[in-house]
Design a binder for this molecule. Sequence first.
Ligand code: C2E
Ligand code: CA
Ligand code: CA
Ligand code: CA
Length: 281
Amino acid sequence: AKQHGKNQLRFYTPEISLQLRERLELELGLARAIDREQLRLYYQPQIDRGGSRIAGAEALLRWRDQSGRMVSPNVFIPLAEKTGQIHSIGLWVIEEACRQLHAWHRQGLRPGKVAINISALQLGAEHPSLADLLAGALQNYGLLPENLELEITETALLNDPGRAGEQLRQLAESGFSLAIDDFGTGYSSLAMLHSLPLDKLKIDRFFVDRLGNDDADLAIVKATIVMAKELGLMTLAEGVETREQLRMLQNLGCDQFQGHLLGRPMSADAFGSLLQVAAAA
Ligand code: C2E
Ligand code: CA
Ligand code: CA
Ligand code: CA
């Protein structure tokens, strides 16, 4: 034990304890953020085939911490999944998206579907089930399941396919649209996806990024779109940044597009203004 103790000392280097402290601070900060309403939803437009009509928006979390610094969801979502805070955050996202949809409807705007990101852990929770949480929020704001789309990553389905499949069937029966997120980055097969009640497949930015320079990636995107159509799934390409990418994806028969070329994630007010302009056009 003595020798071990000596070796272990090496692990308690200042850098490690600094990392640990940073993690703890982040975790505490996140708890405060939930309490003090430092979280926001931004909205990124999703555009229809023709390249101009707004079909809806994806709701993306933003956290501005006490010092005014923006913390990326890529940092705090994985942390929240580790600490279990994802459940209260996920609930807040559902509630806030519904509140905002209700507000837009009251202003006479037609935002289309708002897509929210669902973590694997939310899909696994039994009591209350995700379907029950959603039903409660819809009722509070006089909304219908058709107003929402749920984005679920491939990897979420692979953790516990049985349980996830059961939950997805429950959600689909309730009338929610279901989209598979980040398609192509995990290990799911189209055959597996076919056994689930999905509506849409989101082609990951990774492939869209490389469309112009890599023939193999072009082939993957092409095949994905063809097969998705065969399975009756809509396709949406993520991370569209150039006109060239948009044109190629349109030619391949992709149904919807999302990316900086078509609109960055923006505040609810900014998205509301965009809808107003679109309605007037
Ligand atoms: P995601 O679901 O794949 O979301 C798309 C990400 O791509 C967003 O990053 C978005 O801002 C970014 N993006 C969109 N268009 C472009 C583009 O043209 N170019 C580039 N380079 N990036 C683009 P963001 O907002 O930082 O979110 C990162 C991830 O955090 C999301 O990836 C999602 O997995 C997660 N996330 C965000 N909000 C939530 C949430 O409410 N709940 C859960 N569970 N996860 C969330
Ligand atoms: Ca997403
Ligand atoms: Ca994605
Ligand atoms: Ca992603």
